[in-house]
Design a protein around this ligand. Structure first.
Ligand code: NDP
Length: 329
């Protein structure tokens, strides 16, 4: 373990569940890597909606709590069993072992991915969680075919813009929703064929698809949209519920799926789609490739200093953001 390391880290934590104001920056001891871990000096941190559910107590969480699983940075020290990485390398991850809303964090060496030279630190922090999500949703949860029409909500958001771009690259027809005119332009620039408001969106989807409905819906909005999402599906269509930005969906009667045409329902999460090194490498390689070729554009909506993480949460929860939010360490 090198001796010239700082002995303190700057860490954002929540002492208890609450609003964005519970996120406070403080100092703590620099964490030491276990045998299979690396210590990373943070460059940029990816902010994700799940951290607002954890901070507010919507998801069961132990406090004090330091949010964040996604960040980029430089390896400072490696555990004794680590051979794949060495100090100085630039890495990114969405699977850190200690909270990434911090100046330093620990991550299993197998889950820290080397960053290509052409990719900036901010891009490297912005890509993994939302990029892997978009990748697994359309390639593995429901395998979208060229020419198929699908609906994805919140098309100006982080996942929304990436999913739209990847779907268009695959040759799908994309219908999306969003809440303002400014967001509609952003969703359109990401490639969406149809951008709708949320009101009566299922009726509009029926019109666009000549009564048939869409093959799949990717819904991260949840409570406010799930009934319309179910009503937008074609017979035997797939409802992919992947989040609850507007609130969690209440329990569903399986007959609701039967009545609407023998629908399929799934509620996926990233860890079910990063099951081993092979799956992880495949998804990252395709995303980095699309990014460096220019096929995939990352839209970083805002960057905040680490100490202002609470402001980032407030903006995200109150629909004031587009694209990805990052914190800079
Ligand atoms: P976004 O950037 O998409 O932000 C959320 C967006 O949801 C808002 O900007 C807003 O867009 C829309 N929205 C609709 N209704 C509401 C509401 N009542 N309150 C707040 N926002 C609302 O966030 P992310 O891309 O980070 O995440 C999108 C969703 O995907 C989240 O639900 C998240 O939990 C989920 N997710 C799930 C993963 C998984 O593996 N299961 C992984 C990653 C994310 P508009 O104003 O246009 O409606």
């Amino acid at each position: 373990f090198p001796e010239d390391l700082p002995d303190r880290a700057r860490v954002v934590h929540a002492a208890q569940a609450g609003g964005p104001e519970v996120l406070v920056a403080t100092e703590s001891a620099l964490p030491e890597p276990g045998p299979h871990q690396v210590l990373v000096e943070t460059a940029a941190v990816g902010v994700n909606f799940i951290e607002t559910y954890q901070r507010s107590g919507v998801y069961p969480t132990q406090y004090p709590f330091t949010p964040g699983t996604e960040a980029s940075g430089r390896v400072l020290a490696v555990g004794e069993a680590v051979e794949s990485l060495s100090p100085g390398q630039r890495v990114t991850t969405m699977e850190a072992d200690t909270g990434t809303y911090a100046s330093h964090f620990l991550v299993d060496a197998g889950k820290a991915m080397p960053v290509p030279d052409e990719v900036t630190d901010e891009q490297a922090a912005a890509l993994p969680l939302q990029g892997i999500t978009a990748h697994y949703l359309m390639n593995s949860t429901y395998r979208v075919s060229p020419g198929e029409t699908v609906l994805t909500h919140a098309g100006a958001g982080g996942v929304g813009q990436l999913l739209t771009q990847l779907l268009k690259a695959k040759g799908a027809r994309v219908i999306t929703t969003c809440s303002t005119e400014e967001k509609a332009q952003i969703a359109q620039a990401a490639g969406a064929d149809y951008v709708l408001g949320y009101e009566n969106f299922a009726d509009r989807v029926r019109e666009i698809t000549k009564g048939e409905g869409v093959a799949a819906v990717f819904d991260g909005v949840g409570r406010d949209t799930y009934l319309g999402s179910l009503d937008s599906l074609a017979i035997r269509g797939t409802f992919v519920l992947f989040g609850g930005a507007s609130g969690q969906v209440p329990p569903l009667d399986p007959q609701d799926l039967n009545r609407r045409g023998g629908l399929y329902l799934t509620r996926p999460a990233t860890h079910w789609y990063l099951r081993n090194a092979e799956e992880r490498s495949w998804r990252y390689a395709e995303l980095f490739d699309s990014l460096t070729k220019g096929d995939l554009k990352l839209s970083i909506g805002a960057a905040y200093p680490l100490d202002e993480a609470g402001r980032a949460h407030d903006d995200l929860e109150n629909r004031r953001t587009t694209g990805k939010l990052v914190l800079t360490a």
